[in-house]
Design a binder for this molecule. Sequence first.
Ligand code: DGY
Length: 358
Amino acid sequence: MTKSAKIGVIAPEFPKMCLKTLSQNCEVAFVHPEKTKMSESEIANVVREKGLRGIIVSYADKITPRIIEAASDDFQIVSTNSVGYDHLRGVIPDATREGIALTHAPGVLTNSVAELTMTMMGIFLRPMMVGHQYMLEGKFEGWRQNLLLSPGFEGTVLGIVGMGRIGAQVARLAQAYDMEILYNDINPKKPDAFVTRMISMERLSLRELLKRSDVVTLHVDLNETSRGLIGMKELGQMKETAGLINTSRGPVVKEDDLVKALETGVIGWAALDVYEKEPAVHPGLLELGKGIVGAGGSVLLQPHLGSGARRARLAMADQAVENLLHAVKGEIDSMQLVPELDLALKTGQFEMRRIGNS
Ligand code: DGY
């Protein structure tokens, strides 16, 4: 029986239909009522006072050892409704030791992030807003051979850094646009054979990829290797006309260096959905983002909307609920553990707590 399992929803604005599924299966002892995130001490207090068995959190909720310490011996799971789990990274050792599952929602937002990447790219490769402005200003006098020409997608060289699920989907879409595709991944096992069979692309060192690409797009997760991966040295290896897209994690790019590189013409443009000190945005980026893209503006900014397609956001919440319910039912093999715990499970270094008859 899971109906007696007390769970808490820390993630703000959690979809009503997912709350309904939860309450049909568990006792929903807490639902965060605000649109904004909770502080560390608020989360710790709720976990302690309600004696929760598990919580659902969002990417905005950083989970710390203090929160885990506040939990009772019955606490079994932190389930995030995001694919990225850098906000849970600080508790991986505690969770492994204590038998607390940390789960995430991979897969369900792949298309959404890849779509945003291609759309951001399109804003620079086919800068439509320049044409729109031209029309509004009544300048259009009919077709002209050289009117407002742009690079276009076809034949443009796209360098994809990180060939996981999202990188591979971007490659698939880029192939449909007839782009030339280069990629880099530090993991020699990525991508899998299916992806390499389906997509024609060339594997290169990061340096070589940066040198040859017209557009570089980042699809790595945030870890100690990827933090600060793109700084002045790497930007200096790119073409002067090239653009950088980041829909992965802000700290992968050194923002000070990026601003300098854009201001001094080291690279041509940047399209960003994530920020080094999110939600703060570097003032230099805000300044550079003021002009119309393609007509003076070299920066396009979005408020972390990679997964922002409605279908994806709902699927992420569904996935978080599913993971939580598997945990309270003791169905460890059906849960989507974060990779470190998954590995620890396979090597016998992690065993989830069992409560009552779960
Ligand atoms: C994720 O899932 O990791 C996104 O960045 C937040 O939606």
